[in-house]
Design a protein around this ligand. Structure first.
Ligand SMILES: [Zn+2]
Length: 220
């Protein structure tokens, strides 16, 4: 066996790992055990095994609560979903593939902001031979958390790519999508921040206005 085949031992399960493991300050976490940790766990060079075990214990509790979590208020048009439990003021959010959900109190959110990510879809060949450009935009609500393990949770509520023409800044399609996303993000941010108890009350009251809010949000 060569140098590159060097195996390490996972500090949690004792299994052997060769790649895709996480190096902790005082141990190793294998790929399999990583699945029992929050998808948004903030790994840092100083992260200890004790911290990881602490998060794993919390994840066990979250797993036990997952099945009974209310699903009537749901956001996200892609695989990633966000559910809000109005009565207990909690939220549940899955990873980008719709798995491994975390559950937190709404009060654990320190702040929320809308982030737009821009990517260029063209190949190198197209860049050389054509002026046509396609940009892809994804819209996220990024929650900054007051939590010992997780610092930020990005929620990609609009998963469908927005593809524009050759121009970037003055493109009508993009501007419209941005406007819409900002409105939706604003509603999500209000609900998540717990600032808008009024919005939650409106939804709960089953009024036409509340239905309009749900319709608007579920369009994304
Ligand atoms: Zn392991």
């Amino acid at each position: 066996m060569g140098l590159f085949d060097k195996k390490v031992t996972c500090s949690v399960c004792g299994g052997k790992a060769k790649k895709n493991y996480e190096e902790l300050k005082d141990g190793i976490l294998c790929k399999k055990c990583l699945k029992n940790v929050s998808p948004w766990f903030s790994f840092e060079p100083e992260t200890t095994l004790e911290q990881v075990r602490g998060n794993m214990e919390l994840k066990e509790q979250m797993k036990a609560e997952e099945a009974a979590f209310p699903r009537d208020l749901k956001f996200g048009e892609g695989l990633q979903k966000l559910y809000i439990d109005k009565a207990q003021r909690r939220f549940m959010i899955t990873d980008l593939l719709g798995h491994n959900p975390d559950i937190y109190s709404l009060d654990a959110i320190k702040s929320c902001e809308l982030k737009t990510r821009e990517g260029l879809l063209n190949t190198d060949q197209e860049m050389r031979t054509s002026l046509k450009r396609e940009y892809l935009y994804t819209f996220q609500v990024v929650m900054t958390m007051d939590d010992p393990y997780v610092k930020q949770i990005p929620f990609e509520f609009k998963a469908k790519p927005v593809i524009t023409g050759p121009t970037r800044l003055n493109d009508e399609v993009l501007e419209k999508a941005k406007d819409r996303s900002e409105t939706t993000a604003g509603s999500i941010v209000n609900i998540l921040s717990g600032l808008s108890q009024k919005t939650i009350d409106t939804i709960e009251a089953n009024t036409a206005e509340g239905e309009a809010i749900i319709a608007e949000l579920s369009a994304y």
